[in-house]
Design a binder for this molecule. Structure first.
Ligand code: PBG
Length: 337
């Protein structure tokens, strides 16, 4: 190495990377607990928590365990959860009618949460997949074998009103039927729930990264046989313009928050949406994104904390205001340890 060789440079970007203090000053993006939403799986009864094999560290919780979990989350600064029910097989049917039972599990969970820990923001999915034997997000039209769009939307709007009555803060239609955001908004308003918000799964792609989630809610296969194909309603992963069109429609129809899902493989979409809209933007780091980091870490191939933190940072940098992530609690814990 020669000590006399000197480039004649005016700009040396490395100057600002020299120390922690300087790097801190130049830091552009942060991930704080208030940006995170913890998805949680809820089960009936008063038994023990159930681990989910493909999602190490995540468990299905009974309502009373869920309340305890939420108290811990609140202490860590996480004040929003997205609730997903896992129903017993005997509650599922072809038409998913349990979804509009006023005593159904998810509504009982919302009521319990709103009475015990009202400061926790509660978000529930609107879609029929936890309730149908075939695992699809809506009603199947037997004559075509495809989902019946408008009939499904009617059920989703009814689910929205029930969730609002139970006290939910935001309903999150995750079904990708056409026109559902507008119909849900109208039905909520007509029922006196003008202040119940809609977090729309606007650009939800037909992704293979939802696999572990489908294990968690028991919807991996259609009628226990063939693996689920949702390409007639979820977006083609190849399509960026179509995603922007879905975003524009949900905005027009009255969504309060727009969402891109999955997150990591769709950072370009997050960035474009951020530039197209003034609405708050959510990104969902889905079960498969979580599972791949966990699996590699368990093999000793990746550093869990560093990869987790980098994956969340990238999603915020792309332009997401908030992130639904299974890492929420562990991330928040790492900040206080
Ligand atoms: C169902 C729903 C899915 C997810 C959230 N809501 C799965 C699907 O569309 O099949 C996926 C979440 C995840 O993978 O973490 N409407």
């Amino acid at each position: 190495m020669s000590n006399s060789f000197r480039l004649d440079l005016t700009r040396r970007p490395r100057r600002m990377r020299r120390t922690d203090a300087l790097r801190g000053l130049a830091n552009e993006t942060s991930v704080l607990p208030k940006h995170l939403i913890q998805p949680v799986f809820v089960i009936d009864g008063d038994g023990a928590a159930e681990p989910i094999a493909s999602m190490p560290g995540i468990e299905r919780l009974t309502i009373s365990l869920l309340i305890e979990e939420c108290r811990e989350l609140l202490k860590l600064g996480i004040s929003a959860v997205a609730l997903f029910p896992k129903l017993d097989a005997n509650c599922k049917s072809d038409d998913g009618r349990e979804a509009t039972n006023p005593g159904t599990l998810v509504l009982r969970a919302i009521r319990a949460m709103k009475s015990e820990i009202p400061e926790m923001a509660v978000i529930t999915d609107l879609a029929l997949d936890p309730y149908t034997t075939h695992g699809h997000d809506g009603l199947l039209d037997l004559s075509t074998g495809d989902l019946a769009n408008d009939a499904t939307v009617e059920v989703l709007a009814e689910m929205a009103v029930l969730a609002a009555e139970a006290g939910v803060d935001l309903v999150a239609p995750s079904d990708m039927m056409d026109g559902r955001v507008g119909a849900i908004r109208a039905e909520l308003d007509a029922s006196g729930y003008e202040l119940t918000g809609i977090m729309a799964y606007s650009a939800k792609f037909a992704s293979a990264f939802y696999g572990p989630f489908r294990d968690a809610v028991g919807s991996s296969t259609s009628a226990g046989t063939k693996s689920l194909d949702k390409r007639t309603y979820q977006l083609n992963p190849a399509n960026r313009r179509e995603a922007l069109m879905e975003i524009a429609l949900d905005e027009e129809e009255g969504a309060d928050i727009l969402m891109v899902k999955p997150a990591g493989p769709y950072l370009d979409i997050i960035r474009e949406v951020r530039e197209e809209t003034e609405l708050p933007l959510a990104a969902y780091q889905v079960s498969g994104e979580y599972a791949q980091i966990m699996a590699a870490a368990q093999n000793g191939w990746l550093d869990l904390e560093k990869c987790r933190d980098e994956s969340l940072l990238a999603i915020r940098r792309a332009g997401a205001d908030m992130i639904l992530t299974y890492f929420a609690k562990e991330y928040a814990k790492s900040l206080v340890e």
